[in-house]
Structures are given as structure tokens and as C-alpha cells.
Design a binder for this molecule. Structure first.
Ligand SMILES: [Zn+2]
Length: 120
């Protein structure tokens, strides 16, 4: 239930290597959130109902590091962001498959290790 990427907030996709037209990235892979032309992570603008826009890349949870900032769906059409304080494999039977993040203003959340996560 935590740290879902929430693509319903997406307002714009852009390839950092210029594979774009006037409305943004031309080749969007919605499985890996990369440009299908160059395979670089897309720059994704997420906009919530208050008008807040945050630009993220999407990376698997296990690649998120201490000091990164991540973005999640706070509910009621609002986004929240926070700094990652700890990032580690849980010490449990989920160790091989899951990943735990301790995040400012959120607390801890454990998600599948390969679940895509919004990173600023
Ligand atoms: Zn590209």
C-alpha cells in the first residue's frame, strides 16, 4: 500500500536525450518508465490538485538510497515528498523479495524490491 507511483498524476513526460516533440516524449515505455529510443529514465512531471508539480524519475525501490527524495500519493488528490533516511532489505522472510524505506514525514514502508518508485 505504500509508495505507489500513481501515474494518474502524470502531466508531462520528457526524454533527457531529446526524443521529444512539442507535447513531450515520443517513445514512452510505461513498464520501465524509460524512453524506448535511448532507454534513459524519463523526466516525469507529476501535478496534484493544489497545482504542485514535482519532476521525478521512476526507479525500482531497491535502488533508492539514503538522501534521495521520493514522492508518493498522499490521498485526496495530493502528492507528498520526503527524504529517505534509511534504505535496506527487511530482516525477515521477505528479505529476498522486498525492500524497506524509512522516509521523512511518512515513516517506514516495505514494498516489493522491484516496485517502481518516484524519485526526485
Ligand atoms: Zn530518448
Amino acid at each position: 500500500m505504500t509508495f505507489y507511483i500513481a501515474p494518474s498524476y502524470d502531466s508531462h513526460y520528457s526524454c533527457p536525450n531529446g526524443h521529444n516533440n512539442s507535447s513531450g516524449a515520443i517513445h514512452v515505455d510505461r513498464r520501465t518508465w524509460t524512453c524506448t529510443e535511448c532507454h534513459y529514465p524519463l523526466d516525469i512531471d507529476m501535478t496534484d490538485s493544489s497545482g504542485l508539480t514535482l519532476t521525478v524519475e521512476r526507479h525500482p525501490a531497491k535502488t533508492i538510497r539514503k538522501g534521495d527524495h521520493i514522492v508518493w500519493d498522499k490521498g485526496n488528490s495530493h502528492l507528498a515528498s520526503g527524504k529517505v533516511h534509511r534504505s535496506f532489505a527487511p530482516d525477515s522472510k521477505q528479505q529476498a523479495t522486498h525492500w524497506t524505506l524509512f522516509v521523512e514525514d511518512y515513516g517506514s514502508g516495505t514494498v516489493p524490491a522491484n516496485q517502481y518508485t518516484n524519485r526526485i
